[in-house]
Design a protein. Structure first.
Length: 262
């Protein structure tokens, strides 16, 4: 029986989602989840995630598929798993799906949020970047830059050098929202490159601090249109924002079919 799991986690104390070779003191979300499910089922378990999140990144809607025995009571299993998991990981749902459903390859879009606070707050230290200088003018620049990246198709500027799956992505939605001391960047795309969202955020933040930064950001995206003076006055490389502000909020699928429901 194939099942699709939805998982929430606070990634602060973990070395990302993806299991790592056995090393003392290295914890991952996937490895922890597999260990707990394996103890309950008394066998080795493999969870296949829709994609990885990096060390310190959080999730409200990570997904993974896992093969279970046909007679498994998934509700009871989910309850037992949540009883054994540490407090910073929780399984939200376990659904039976078609045997060929794949968490990664059948996903149509992913949505991330990046959280920033402009005021120090003890409850936000683990989940938001602190940027006290952001003001209304800077946020207006950020909003203009979010519109600009929706027109981009190739995100090589925001990719790791060893990216081996190509650098083309389709951003469906990107926006900055501001409420009081909370600033949130929300982006949805068919796929993301490793560190891509953090590099988009870090780079936009850099440009937001510059006079006319939103115009210069367009030249960063396409330097062929920039004058020599513009090129000299703007950052040359993408900046990576810290991990703690990033949250994977949702993974969308084309309607997944339960083989036992007509």
């Amino acid at each position: 029986m194939n099942t699709l799991w939805t998982i929430q986690y606070d990634g602060t104390d973990y070395n990302g989602w993806q299991r790592q070779p056995v090393q003392k003191g290295v914890k991952t979300i996937e490895g922890t989840l597999e260990e707990v499910v394996g103890i309950i089922l008394q066998r080795k378990v493999e969870m296949i995630g829709q994609g990885r999140t990096d060390a310190g990144v959080h999730a409200l809607g990570q997904t993974a598929h896992c093969a279970l025995e046909p007679e498994t009571n998934v509700k009871q299993l989910m309850y037992s798993v949540n009883q054994m998991l540490p407090d910073d990981i929780r399984v939200v749902s376990v659904e039976q799906v078609d045997p060929d459903t794949h968490a990664r390859f059948d996903a149509t879009t992913r949505t991330y949020e990046y959280h920033i606070t402009t005021e120090p707050h003890v409850m936000k230290q683990r989940f938001a970047m602190y940027a006290p200088w952001l003001d209304e003018v800077a946020i207006r620049r950020l909003q203009n830059m979010a519109k600009a990246i929706q027109k981009v198709e190739d995100f090589a500027k925001f990719a790791k050098m060893d990216e081996d799956t190509g650098t083309r992505c389709a951003i469906l939605q990107a926006e900055w929202q501001w409420s009081g001391s909370d600033v949130v960047f929300r982006v949805e795309a068919n796929r993301f490159l490793r560190h891509m969202v953090r590099r988009l955020v870090g780079t936009m933040i850099d440009f937001a601090s510059l006079d006319d930064g939103d115009r210069l950001f367009n030249y960063f995206l396409d330097p062929s249109k920039a004058s020599p003076s513009d090129l000299a006055s703007m950052p040359k490389h993408a900046t990576t924002a810290e991990a703690k502000g990033l949250v994977l909020t949702q993974v969308k699928y084309i309607a997944l079919k339960n083989p036992h429901i007509p």
